[in-house]
Design a protein around this ligand. Structure first.
Ligand code: HEM
Length: 410
């Protein structure tokens, strides 16, 4: 992991002790054909917090409780930038790039009105229907690229359905969302972002013009009814919230689906245990959320501070990686093991973050991950990895498998 690169003194700020300097570029080093979580496991041999001179220089927390603390302690660590290297929001950032007290204004619309278990009660059947339709479209073939054919379109289909869009309108998003998250060419990403914003803009205008049409969906009625600071949500705020949700809801769920599916397809005993007893599936989803953490987010140090014996300066970034948190041997002595045995039934993990920014979409994500297994396992008999599978991962804010080739008996 990056040890061979030469570091010059100019790369290291004066307040960083030389013993804490270890090159690590989470984008490059976690983009690999090796097992990403074995690389994360190697973090157990590193200091609790170290400084990487890569990506402009940033701190890396390597122990789960410290990562949790960085997530939670917003009085020390700001969300003004969650990107490494830091990138401030250009007026369009909302919720995820806000600190208290601003953060609470729109957060409650997401957490209580849009994505609470009660609000999502009606979405489960639609998500199951979408899942069945997509699986049926390739089931008779005996193989597929699960990433391209299921994990990328499914969350878009469900999510745009929650906007009240019909199938054709929903499907118009799929190629743009794919280009937005997957393209390595910045111009292509900007083009895709503008296309997504254009489609959302058009849809929001229609709903504002005729709110009765919004009743079909789930997201627009919540936005139209919300009264932050006692006044309606502006169009600009609606766009920002919708774009935040596109950013938060799609690539994350897609990535987790690929890791979950690769594990199940590669481990027949685990697969068969879930087929024999589907009531284990919700627990298995949690176990795999822990074992295959895949979010790399960041925090900006607010003021100069000593944190766990390390001097940090205002404006420096700290990586909070759930890839690393899930492999902390102190938190999980058998970190590599995956057992669907329910034990006491609780799996502690940080896959959805912690503190005031904890993922408001966790219930929806869990629902989709569960439905995938409930529907795919009975339909795709003797599900297994294809010889074409490489496990190659691409890392950024999420660690994802761009391709996942699986097979089954027909
Ligand atoms: C397996 C799927 C998912 C994972 C692993 C995941 C993980 C996370 C994590 C770790 C955070 C905290 C980020 C931080 O503190 O900087 C977060 C925040 C967020 N997530 Fe998710 N997420 C998933 C799915 C979703 C879905 C389906 C939605 C939308 C419905 C969503 C919407 C959001 C939003 C809006 C935030 C920002 C919340 C805030 O800053 O207050 N996520 N997610």
């Amino acid at each position: 992991m990056g040890e061979l690169r030469e570091i010059t003194a100019a790369d290291i700020p004066a307040h960083v002790p030389p013993g804490l300097v270890i090159p690590f570029d989470f984008r490059r080093d976690f983009t690999t054909n090796e097992d990403v979580w074995s690389l994360a496991e190697a973090m157990n041999d590193r200091p609790d917090i170290f400084w990487s001179p890569d990506l402009g220089g940033y701190w890396v927390a390597t122990r789960a409780p410290i990562i949790e603390e960085v997530f939670r302690r917003h009085e020390l660590f700001s969300n003004r930038s969650v990107m490494i290297p830091p990138m401030m929001s250009s007026g369009f950032g909302i919720v995820n790039t806000e600190d208290p007290p601003d953060h609470a204004r729109f957060r409650s619309i997401l957490a209580t009105t849009m994505f609470s278990p009660r609000a999502l009660a009606g979405v489960e059947e639609a998500a199951r229907q979408v899942t069945r339709e997509i699986i049926d479209s390739f089931a008779s073939r005996g193989s597929c690229d699960f990433a391209a054919e299921f994990a990328r379109p499914m969350p878009v289909d469900v999510f745009m359905g929650m906007f009240g869009m019909d199938r054709d309108r929903r499907m118009a998003f799929v190629p743009w969302v794919e280009q937005f998250f997957r393209s390595a060419v910045p111009e292509e990403r900007f083009q895709a972002r503008d296309a997504i914003l254009g489609l959302l803009d058009d849809w929001i205008d229609r709903q504002i013009a005729d709110p009765s049409t919004a009743a079909d969906g789930h997201i627009m009625p919540a936005l139209l009814a919300a009264r932050p600071d006692g006044r309606p949500v502006t169009k600009q705020e609606m766009m920002a919230l919708c774009f935040l949700l596109v950013n938060g809801a799609l690539d994350t769920t897609t990535a987790q689906m690929t890791h979950q599916m690769r594990f199940i397809a590669g481990h027949p005993a685990h697969r068969d245990a879930l087929i024999a007893d589907p009531s284990l599936i919700p627990h298995a989803v949690e176990v795999m959320l822990r074992r295959f953490g895949m979010i790399n987010t960041g925090r900006m140090v607010r003021d100069d501070v000593e944190f766990h014996g390390v001097q940090m300066k205002a404006g420096e970034m700290v990586l909070c990686s759930t890839v690393i948190a899930g492999m902390d041997k102190a938190a999980y002595p058998a970190a590599r093991d995956v057992s669907f045995d329910k034990g006491d039934g609780r799996v502690k993990h940080w896959a959805f973050g912690s503190g005031i920014h904890i993922c408001p979409g966790a219930y929806l994500a869990r629902m989709e991950l569960r439905i995938l297994l409930e529907e795919a396992l009975p339909r795709l008999r003797n599900l297994r990895l294809s010889p074409k599978d490489t496990g190659a991962a691409v890392s950024g804010i999420t660690v994802a498998l761009p391709e996942l080739h699986i097979e089954w008996d027909v």
